[in-house]
Design a protein. Structure first.
Length: 111
């Protein structure tokens, strides 16, 4: 009986440990930032990302050249989500927005 109890308790501890690891992995992936180069092409008007309040809480602009339609941004979103967001916000087509990964992942370094 004691052996069965030991096996069952070990199994439950293993399940709890795996659950904690999965939670930590999810939190760390949500906290990581991605850096992208955004380029608008064949657009009839100047797009200024600073003027869009919907982007303020999702995107940090690191550098910009609105006249040329080039931005460097940092965000927790994937490149596909950034492209979809920009296409939706500015009513653009796939060929008018380019989102290029500059840095695969930027994570906070603990010193």
């Amino acid at each position: 009986m004691l052996e069965v109890l030991l096996i069952v308790s070990t199994f439950f501890l293993f399940i709890i440990f795996i659950s904690l690891l999965i939670g930590i992995k999810r939190r760390s992936s949500q906290m990581s930032d991605h850096q992208y180069l955004v380029y608008f092409d064949q657009v009839n008007h100047t797009i200024d990302l600073n003027d869009n309040s919907n982007l303020k809480n999702k995107v940090t602009i690191l550098s910009e050249n609105p006249e040329k339609g080039i931005y460097t941004i940092r965000t927790h979103l994937t490149d596909i989500k950034v492209k979809e967001l920009l296409m939706r916000e500015y009513r653009l087509t796939l060929s008018q927005v380019f989102v290029i990964t500059e840095q695969i992942e930027h994570q906070l370094e603990l010193v």
